[in-house]
Ligand binder design. Structure first.
Ligand code: ZN
Length: 253
């Protein structure tokens, strides 16, 4: 019964922890992608706002240029416009970098999707895993973990029942043994304390030496071999006289 329980459970806890590891790995990948996307979005917003501000400044510098009273003033404004234009160019390069990175990531995922379609899973790198496939993978793993845990839980419940049954059987057996032992002890005590002295007596000329009632012939062999007979007449326990000598000898030791 215990072996059955063990074989039912076997492998399940290990399977669950392996699935949980996969699940943790997948969700870490998704988290990392989300973090990168968020950072790119923030950077893009910041750069767009920089470009907007630069353009506003340029517009105001150009207006001032139309009002410039001399070349010196005009040239100074031209330098400021030039500076803002450089700022815009730099921001645009960074925006392009972001777009390239996103495009590259999408290309990798496209490649991954093709490999999946061709069942070439061992050629797919982490970055190649398409977002939706990764998301699906996480959901599937989550479901598998839940299923396996339920399975294990039901086995544990089942096991608990069988273990309880086993304990009940053992405790019943123990109480039966205890009852029998008590009955024997009671009988012995009764013989010892009652009117009958010498509860254990020897077989004497094929009869109970306590009351001289004949012991059936078919019991003699058993008594000679060291067994005992309960006298039907007086209830004493009849044994071979040899046992008295042995008892006396072991008592002296
Ligand atoms: Zn007797």
């Amino acid at each position: 019964m215990i072996e059955n329980i063990m074989s039912l459970q076997k492998g399940l806890p290990e399977e669950i922890s392996a699935l949980e590891e996969d699940l943790a790995f997948t969700s870490r990948q998704i988290e990392a992608r989300k973090k990168i996307a968020d950072e790119r979005q923030k950077l893009r917003e910041r750069l767009n706002s920089v470009i907007h501000d630069c353009k506003e400044k340029i517009k105001s510098f150009k207006e001032k240029q139309t009002l410039a009273r001399n070349n010196k003033e005009y040239d100074a404004l031209s330098k400021q416009i030039e500076y803002e234009e450089k700022e815009i160019a730099q921001a645009e390069i960074q925006l392009q970098d972001i777009s390239h990175a996103e495009h590259h990531a999408q290309e990798l995922q496209k490649k991954g999707r093709e490999l999946i379609a061709e069942n070439r899973y061992d050629e797919i790198s982490e970055e190649m895993m398409p977002d939706d496939v990764l998301q699906q993978q996480m959901e599937d793993l989550g479901q598998q973990v839940r299923q396996k845990k339920e399975e294990l839980e039901s086995i544990v419940v089942e096991t608990a029942e069988e273990v309880a049954q086993l304990k009940a059987v053992l405790s019943e057996q123990r109480s039966v043994v205890a009852q029998q032992a008590k009955r024997l002890l009671d009988k012995y005590d009764h013989l010892k304390s009652g009117s009958i002295q010498n509860a254990v007596v020897k077989l004497d000329r094929q009869a109970c030496s306590g009351c001289n009632t004949r012991v059936p012939t078919n019991r003699h062999t058993l008594i000679v071999q060291g067994g005992f007979y309960v006298c039907e007449s007086c209830g004493r326990i009849v044994v071979h006289e040899r046992l008295f000598d042995e008892a006396a000898a072991s008592g002296q030791q």
